[in-house]
Design a protein around this ligand. Structure first.
Ligand SMILES: Cc1cc2nc3c(=O)[nH]c(=O)nc-3n(C[C@H](O)[C@H](O)[C@H](O)COP(=O)(O)OP(=O)(O)OC[C@H]3O[C@@H](n4cnc5c(N)ncnc54)[C@H](O)[C@@H]3O)c2cc1C
Length: 249
């Protein structure tokens, strides 16, 4: 069974993010970029399908600038077979990204199209369901594990207070959470092999974004705490502080 995995290049989640002078973008200076961690779970899920079914290919797909080649090579080093970069040099919103991916995927023979449940950093959770809608195929979100039946995929979803089991016709889009998909590390052999694996590039089918980033701002910093002296007046003082300074009463 062939599997496509859509991955996004994002700033390292450990990086200290600063806003640039435009106030609408982040300052890229010195930031390391990685595969979005949820997308690593999706790659892992795709590789396990290939191992279990003993056949088929795992293809990676990303929409981004030339720098995203590195992201694709890192995914190939984990074990994916081939990759495609849909090159775009100006900002795309979620729908634009989904349209570019759908154009590429509509003639693909992948029975399963995997996404991370959300892209680290922007967290919009849009692209996977939008691609499924554009392709007119089933979509199951927040999948923590899955297995195949006859023309169907049975998915486990971690929901509030329990597990929901749903069955979807193939081909299908799944958005993956960590669940049982602890991503494997790329081995040295995998890193060397990745250099020779096919990586195609095409211009992304571009549509003007309908969503624009108006403004970015730092989260408000919390004030320092205070410790009250252990004295008979402490309770009264605590109530006063909660009422007058914290506005909590
Ligand atoms: C030149 C350029 C600059 C951009 N600058 C920014 C920016 O500053 N801030 C910003 O938030 N976005 C930016 N984008 C858009 C970005 O590519 C996002 O992909 C898009 O907005 C999707 O929304 P999201 O990140 O919330 O994804 P979500 O909807 O949360 O993503 C869900 C899943 O969809 C898949 N996915 C998401 N994006 C891509 C992708 N690009 N390629 C393949 N699969 C993907 C992944 O599997 C991901 O886990 C830029 C894009 C380009 C081409």
């Amino acid at each position: 069974m062939n599997v496509s995995v859509c991955i996004k290049r994002v700033p390292d989640t450990e990086a200290h993010i600063r806003i640039d002078q435009t106030g609408t973008d982040i300052d890229n200076g010195g930031i390391k970029y990685i595969i979005s961690p949820y997308d690593e779970f999706a790659i892992e899920a795709g590789l396990r399908v290939k191992e279990k079914m003993e056949g088929g290919e795992v293809s990676l797909l990303t929409v981004g600038t030339n720098e995203a080649q590195e992201t694709l090579r890192n995914g190939l080093a984990m074990g994916a077979d081939k990759a495609t970069l849909l090159r775009a040099d100006s900002y795309m919103d979620g729908l634009g990204t989904a349209k570019a991916l759908a154009v590429e995927l509509k003639d693909s023979d992948a029975q399963l199209i995997l996404f991370g449940v959300k892209a680290a950093g922007s967290d919009q959770q849009q692209v996977g369901p939008m691609v499924a809608t554009l392709l007119g195929i089933s979509c199951v979100t927040e999948v923590s594990s899955f297995e195949f039946g006859d023309g169907v995929v049975t998915c486990h979803r971690e929901i509030e207070g329990g597990i929901e089991v749903v069955e979807a016709d193939l081909p299908a889009v799944l958005t993956i959470t960590k669940g049982e998909y602890e991503p494997r590390y790329a081995s040295l052999k995998g890193i060397m092999a990745a250099k020779r694996k096919p990586l195609e590039e095409r211009e992304a089918d571009f549509s003007q974004p309908g969503i624009h980033i108006e403004r970015l701002s730092e989260p408000t910093t919390r004030g320092s705490g205070c410790i009250l002296e252990d004295s008979p007046d402490a309770v009264a003082e605590l109530v006063r502080l909660l009422r007058e300074e914290a506005n909590a009463l």
